[in-house]
Ligand binder design. Structure first.
Ligand code: FES
Ligand SMILES: [Fe+2]
Length: 349
């Protein structure tokens, strides 16, 4: 596999991205009718749509001499390399070698293939190998009671800083103090962590619905964040603004963030929200997101190694602990699998 990282320590594994997860990798609109090469978790993949629009993903390297398959041409369930025409199917098996009658690689499983799902305007890939568990989304993006838009952006920082940023409630009242949604509320707070069946909630104990006052982390075999921020009267009907967030590592220094921006609305309120978002609110939300991006991309190198945390950082400390345990478990399982594979091959020898 074309990987940029040897993830053999828990810290290295977390920084590169836990593997036993579904990740959003692209918005649906980012994959058209031609193949697209992307890097996610340091791995190069090519994605393409078959004639029914279903998406396939395999490693982005030709088994012949290593050309990028993403430069080639897709035809239904196969992709053909531009260099000499070798065709690989959606399972990563060499399906045809048009230039030679006898080629050993024909019929060989040469590339890793990845389970793919397309849901709620985004493309998700499972990086854990083996059988993927069902992709589960939080309630709001799939609910008829909510109406939303998917916003995505590439940030030049390790994905964990995007995680930490969502666990950082107090930044709303400072970084976003001059914004349409987070100018209210106190600039001091006490906070607590509350366990939930799928993760935990981190919230302010003395303030609610005045700023960015709570966030929930959910482990659904994909890592999700849920939060709300208040809307003023100028934002029309429908109560607070809901955010369902996810992030995928591209490499150790870059990530792509995904935010489903939603409101609980129906009937004419739904139409009003969609109109207001497109004409007025979307630009304001982008301005807020740019504030986050500017700070995160400007963090000092290895910022996590030079921190002095206080009580408001309890949420991100909890999250980091949870990721550490998950990384240790992944590495342990992979070591056991490798050990069994070696023992089995020794038995046969
Ligand atoms: S490198 Fe792809 S067919 Fe030769
Ligand atoms: Fe923010």
């Amino acid at each position: 596999m074309t990987t940029a990282h040897q993830s053999d320590s828990p810290k290295a594994r977390i920084d590169a991205g836990l593997k036993h997860l579904w990740y959003p990798v692209l918005a649906s609109w980012q994959l058209g009718s031609t193949p697209r090469g992307i890097t996610r978790l340091g791995t190069s993949l090519v994605l393409w749509r078959n004639s029914e629009g279903q998406i396939h993903a395999v490693e982005d390297r030709c088994p012949h001499r290593g050309a990028r398959l993403s430069l080639g041409c897709a035809s239904h369930d196969r992709i053909a390399c531009w260099y000499h025409g070798v065709e690989v199917d959606a399972q990563g098996v060499v399906a045809n070698v048009p230039a030679a009658d006898h080629a050993n690689m024909r019929g060989r499983k040469a590339l890793i293939s990845f389970p793919v799902e397309e849901r709620q305007g985004a493309i998700f890939v499972w990086f854990g190998g083996g059988d993927a568990p069902p992709l589960r989304l939080p309630h709001e993006p799939t609910s008829q009671e909510f109406s939303g838009f998917l916003c995505t952006a590439v940030w030049r920082c390790n994905y964990r800083y995007a995680h930490d940023n969502l666990m950082d409630l107090m930044h709303g009242a400072y970084l976003h103090a001059v914004s349409h949604s987070m100018s209210g509320g106190e600039k001091r707070a006490s906070m607590e962590v509350v366990d939930t069946p799928d993760g935990f909630i981190f919230r302010k104990t003395d303030q609610a619905e005045l700023n960015f006052d709570w966030v929930e982390f959910m482990d659904l075999d994909a890592h999700w964040m849920r939060a709300t921020v208040p809307y003023g009267p100028g934002a029309g009907p429908g109560g607070p603004f809901w955010i369902i967030g996810g992030v995928v590592p591209i490499d150790n220094n870059t990530c792509q963030v995904f935010f489903w921006r939603l409101r609980k609305v129906s009937g004419w309120q739904r139409a009003a929200w969609r109109f207001l978002y497109r004409t007025k609110l979307e630009a304001r939300h982008w301005a807020v997101l740019e504030q986050d991006r500017e700070v995160l991309e400007g963090l000092i190198p290895d910022a996590r190694d030079h921190e002095s945390l206080y009580s408001h950082d309890a949420g991100l400390v909890r999250l980091r602990r949870l990721l550490s345990r998950a990384a240790e478990s992944e590495l342990r399982l992979e070591a056991q699998a490798e050990h069994h594979a070696v023992s089995w091959s020794e038995t046969r020898a």
